[in-house]
Design a protein around this ligand. Sequence first.
Ligand code: NAD
Ligand code: IPM
Ligand code: MN
Length: 347
Amino acid sequence: MKIAVFAGDGIGPEVTREAVRVLKALGLNDLELVEGDVGGAAWRKHGHPLPPQTLEIARSADAILFGAVGDFECDRLERHLRPEQAILGLRKELGLFANLRPAKLFKGLEDSSALRPEVASAIDLLIVRELNGDVYFGEKGTKVLPDGRRQGWDMMSYAEDEVRRIAHVAFKAAQGRRKLLCSVDKANVLETSQLWRDVVIEVAADYPDVALSHMYVDNAAMQLVRNPGQFDVIVTGNLFGDILSDQASMCVGSIGLLASAALAEGTMGLYEPIHGSAPDIAGQDKANPLACILSAAMLLRHSFGLEAPAARIEAAVAKALADGIRGGDLGGHLGTVAIGEGVLARL
Ligand code: NAD
Ligand code: IPM
Ligand code: MN
């Protein structure tokens, strides 16, 4: 079990440290952890956010545990040198097209949600976000128009095979859950979305046991706070999935709780909290490490088929939260390390 650990910037190293402690505490056989530089930290050391040696480690690993990248001091660099290119590059280079972002309310966090407790307690959903296409990877640029005005553009597109493969992932995920799939798009305005919707409907023929519905993304954002319990699996494109998953995190209490898996065909996967490097709290022992710890659980489940230790981590996190182990993001006072210890003690 070779796991690459890419901690990155800001709170990335703080939260991955706790996740690694949890992984080590499980006493798994053949666990090999290899560290690599990504993001602003890698740019400072090697002049590139995703240096070749890091990509090499990634390719040789069975799975990747990723912290976060992002460093405001790098925001004026040419785009290909910015920290975010590390995660975008890994997703693209390794074909990590399927992003699973589950959101479920933990018992005891009813009052931490930004929603009323009776609304929040019904949340148990999975966002399946396409991760290799959309406006993220289209042609982009800036230019000066003949009349002197500056213009920026980013091309949004999806090819049908890209939609088809993520739709299959989402339908299969729904089959293992409550068998409800909601495809979120903006087909009333965007051609990309109309194709998305047409292809999802075609794929639905293979899954007669799953009830498929469609929703425009603006309505979906509204429904996610009005009645999130209506959702089981949501499948959507790269940009909409990015935004809706941050929103879903506050519905369950904190962005410091949401884990994710970025999967390729096969067993290779990159696992990371959905949050970023949080420069405002970095280096202060304030970050909630639970999203990263839960990402480690997803890693064991999806890349290694280790359901029992994955469930053991999740149960320890649930117990810790139920026992009142909370950081500032959830109205508590505990620091990153203490929260990690709270989980370790309950493993
Ligand atoms: P962010 O997720 O880093 O932070 C948003 C807010 O949530 C901040 O107030 C932060 O303090 C808080 N927060 C985030 N994670 C937390 C945690 N674990 N515990 C407690 N509070 C937490 O988003 P941002 O501020 O928009 O972006 C900061 C940087 O991170 C940017 O450079 C951005 O590009 C990058 N980013 C990277 C990733 C990634 O590596 N996958 C994801 C999102 C953003
Ligand atoms: C995420 C992040 C990334 C994204 C950024 C850092 C490129 O926001 O993982 O959600 O937009 O996908
Ligand atoms: Mn995001």
